[in-house]
Structures are given as structure tokens and as C-alpha cells.
Design a protein around this ligand. Structure first.
Ligand SMILES: [Fe+2]
Ligand SMILES: [Fe+2]
Length: 166
């Protein structure tokens, strides 16, 4: 369990008001990119959340872990949205719903379908992250968060691919 880290509490000094530290012409792109990332991660959390069963097996363990990891991504982008004076997307509930439907349906279809739904989500995340990174001139802190989370998504794809047909 050495690698089990619980994130420390967010301290007030961890929060920065970032609007004045970027080119004002970039603000709309930055806010739009963060909204997309936040909304997408809400869907990812729900896909895994609705795949969780009461079984005490390795798959359920991994799915719960995956949900937890995606929750940290939601947290990161939600904070960044507010730092940029923006709010979460109005229609994010549609992605919440889509996540629930994908999660429940894949759970009903069995283990491989669940894993494939996860791989699809993670691959879509990678494509979206790459586009969003290119879509704005990011401040270095925010870019570091996005690229860190993108690396997480690559790792998630590998983990899930290793579980297919096992
Ligand atoms: Fe994610
Ligand atoms: Fe992920």
C-alpha cells in the first residue's frame, strides 16, 4: 500500500486568481478548454462509478480506484475554472447522464464490455486533452496540471488494456 496517497488538503495559498496572468485574448479559450475538461471528467467518474459492484474482486478494486483517480481530475479542473473566474459548464449534467448510461450498460454486458468502455473513455480523454492543450496559451501551472492528468490517462489505458480478456 506504499503507493496509496491521499491528497493533502488544499490550502488558501494554493489558489491563485489567474485572469491577470494571461493574455486577455486567451481567456475565452482557456475557460472553454477547462469547461470541456471538467465536463468530460464528470462523465469519466460516472462511467466507473456505475460500473462498481458489491463483488470483492480485482476488477471491482480497479474500477473503484479508476473512479477515485478521475475524481481528482474533476477536482483539478473545477478549481482551475474558478481561478479563471469561470463556472462549470451549464450542460455538464448531460455528460453526467451519458456516463451513468455507459457505466450501467457496460456493467450489464460483463467484464470485457466494462473494460472496453473504460478504454474508450480514456482514449477519448487523450484525444481531447491533446486538442485542448493546443487550443490556448496556457499559464505554466495550469498546463502542468493538464499534462499531468494526460499522463494519468495514458497510464489508465495501459492498465485497462492489460485486463482485457484476463
Ligand atoms: Fe481523467
Ligand atoms: Fe483516466
Amino acid at each position: 500500500m506504499e503507493t496509496y496517497h491521499i491528497r493533502g488538503p488544499v490550502e488558501p495559498q494554493d489558489i491563485r486568481f489567474r485572469c491577470d496572468s494571461v493574455d486577455p485574448l486567451q481567456l475565452a479559450n482557456i475557460r472553454s478548454g477547462l469547461k470541456k475538461l471538467h465536463t468530460f471528467e464528470i462523465m469519466a467518474v460516472n462511467i466507473y462509478k456505475f460500473q462498481i459492484t458489491k463483488q470483492k474482486n480485482a476488477l471491482n478494486q480497479i474500477i473503484i480506484q479508476a473512479m477515485g483517480n478521475e475524481m481528482t481530475h474533476v477536482q483539478d479542473f473545477q478549481i482551475k475554472l474558478y481561478e479563471y473566474g469561470a463556472r462549470p459548464g451549464t450542460f455538464r449534467w448531460t455528460f453526467w447522464l451519458a456516463g451513468m448510461i455507459i457505466g450501467l450498460t457496460s456493467r450489464l454486458l460483463g467484464k470485457n464490455a466494462m473494460i472496453k468502455a473504460g478504454i474508450w473513455t480514456e482514449q477519448k480523454a487523450v484525444t481531447d486533452y491533446q486538442k485542448i492543450i493546443q487550443s490556448a496559451s496556457w499559464d505554466s501551472d495550469t498546463l502542468a496540471v493538464i499534462t499531468h492528468n494526460l499522463q494519468d490517462e495514458y497510464h489508465h489505458i495501459e492498465t485497462l488494456q492489460g485486463l482485457l480478456n484476463t
